[in-house]
Design a protein around this ligand. Structure first.
Ligand SMILES: [Zn+2]
Length: 208
């Protein structure tokens, strides 16, 4: 791809070669995974951070799209908090990185999706903190690293195993992080709860 493009992908970068025609060739390797995804854009702004888990350090690569940079801290806080809770409740995160992709305006249909060590989120430049969309989607898609990823549930044929467990764990993390009964939305001091109370709605969230 063009040398100016910023890349995100499943796994670790093992080599980068610059070519005489202005392109570059980048190779990635992932171990103990069953799926693969990558993304590239000249407009991504890469923000790197890290988190120390019980199985070692985890590199966090956040690819922010134009106009959304003010929301970067929310992504980082959300993914770190979720890593900590999953590490404590469900077991060590065994990979050495997680890439979070913030989608550009108009690409929302690619948001809220999970791939091994890479998830897509979504926000706008205006999203207020009271609407926990950034946090909710980031946490939920990260949770799939465990159920669809490590447990290896078939998300197509037995989605209840993947989405079911993940919806439960999403509610549990949101409860601890933002208050009881899984409260994703706070507006003007009012809370709209129960989105993840499956006994009440019987449905998973809209994102997958
Ligand atoms: Zn999901």
């Amino acid at each position: 791809m063009p040398q100016s493009y910023i890349l995100g992908a499943t796994g670790d970068t093992v080599s980068t070669e610059t070519n005489s025609d202005g392109t570059k060739t980048v190779a990635f390797q992932g171990v103990d995974i069953h799926d693969f995804s990558w993304t590239a854009s000249p407009d991504f702004q890469l923000i790197e951070d890290s988190w120390q888990g019980s199985a070692g350090a985890v590199k966090i690569r956040l690819l922010m799209s134009p106009g959304h940079l003010r929301q970067a801290g929310r992504y980082l806080q959300s993914v770190k908090g979720t890593l900590a809770m999953f590490d404590r409740w469900y077991g060590p995160y065994p990979y050495d990185r997680i890439t979070v992709v913030d989608l550009p305006n108009g690409a929302g249909n690619a948001g809220g999706m999970e791939y091994p060590t890479l998830i897509t989120g979504g926000t706008t430049w205006w999203e207020p903190r009271g609407i926990r969309g950034v946090e909710l989607v980031t946490e939920h898609e990260f949770g799939h690293q465990y159920w669809y990823g490590m447990v290896g549930s078939n998300e197509f044929e037995e989605s209840w195993l993947d989405e079911g467990f993940n919806t439960y764990s999403t509610g549990k993390v949101m409860d601890v992080a933002y208050g009881p009964i899984g409260v994703p939305v706070t507006l003007l001091g009012l809370r709209a709860g129960g989105l993840f109370d499956l006994s009440r709605t019987g449905k998973p969230p809209q994102s997958c």
